[in-house]
Design a protein around this ligand. Structure first.
Ligand SMILES: [Zn+2]
Length: 215
């Protein structure tokens, strides 16, 4: 008996007790969850979701790929969700390798190098922020205001929100806060576009250009 045979037996027991046949397809909470496929992350139990409450879109890493954007597009435009909740987690397998090394291994095994990105990442909070930014940058999604990212601790069972960093990276003229740029920078030199992506990069001007590139 395979493991799937056991699961099919479980499904027959489930059907015998099933009472949720009248639920509408649009999620009751209006929320779409994008989460890693990790077996330790039980999204419904963690968030207290019942049948019919939310869309749950999962893949390795909870990465916002083109296919996740496809699912979110259908979720928002056809099934009326308006909020997106991202859940990554500690101990994610996607932090244990690099794209290049696994692609090289697959190429050595099969003679074919995968054309797709594996989307491995080295830092959890940064990857969550990248995922938020990708959703906010998508022109296909009508609802991009309520996008929030979280890290689930697989050892503690706790959920922690990851917010956007306020500090800008150092520039040749010194580090400035996002608020300082918003307060002092002229509109033509701000990168505060509606997408919310890469707006933390300082504009390069003549006065701030490093000497080695101004020749
Ligand atoms: Zn994971």
């Amino acid at each position: 008996m395979s493991s799937i045979d056991t699961l099919v037996t479980n499904a027959k027991l489930y059907a015998a007790q099933f009472t949720a046949g009248g639920l509408p397809a649009p999620p009751a909470t209006g929320v779409a969850v994008v989460a890693c496929m990790d077996a330790r992350l039980d999204v419904h139990s963690l968030l207290g979701l019942a049948d019919g409450d939310a869309h749950v879109i999962r893949n390795a890493g909870g990465v916002v790929t083109d296919d996740v954007i496809r699912s979110l597009t259908i979720s928002q435009r056809l099934l009326r969700t308006t909020e997106v909740m991202l859940i990554h987690h500690t101990g994610c397998g996607m932090m244990s390798f690099t794209d290049d090394e696994v692609k090289a291994q697959i190429e050595a095994d099969t003679g074919l190098r995968p054309p797709f990105s594996l989307e491995a990442f080295a830092e959890l909070d940064g990857n969550i922020r990248q995922s938020i930014a990708r959703i906010k940058a998508s022109p296909y999604l009508p609802h991009r205001d309520a996008v929030r990212g979280f890290s689930y601790d697989v050892a503690e069972g706790t959920l922690r929100e990851v917010t956007a960093p306020l500090e800008l990276p150092p520039t040749p003229t010194g580090a400035r806060t996002a608020q300082a740029v918003a307060a002092t920078g002229p509109p033509s030199q701000r990168r505060t576009d509606s997408s919310g992506i890469r707006n933390d990069l300082p504009m390069r001007t003549e006065s701030s250009r490093p000497a080695c590139t101004s020749r």
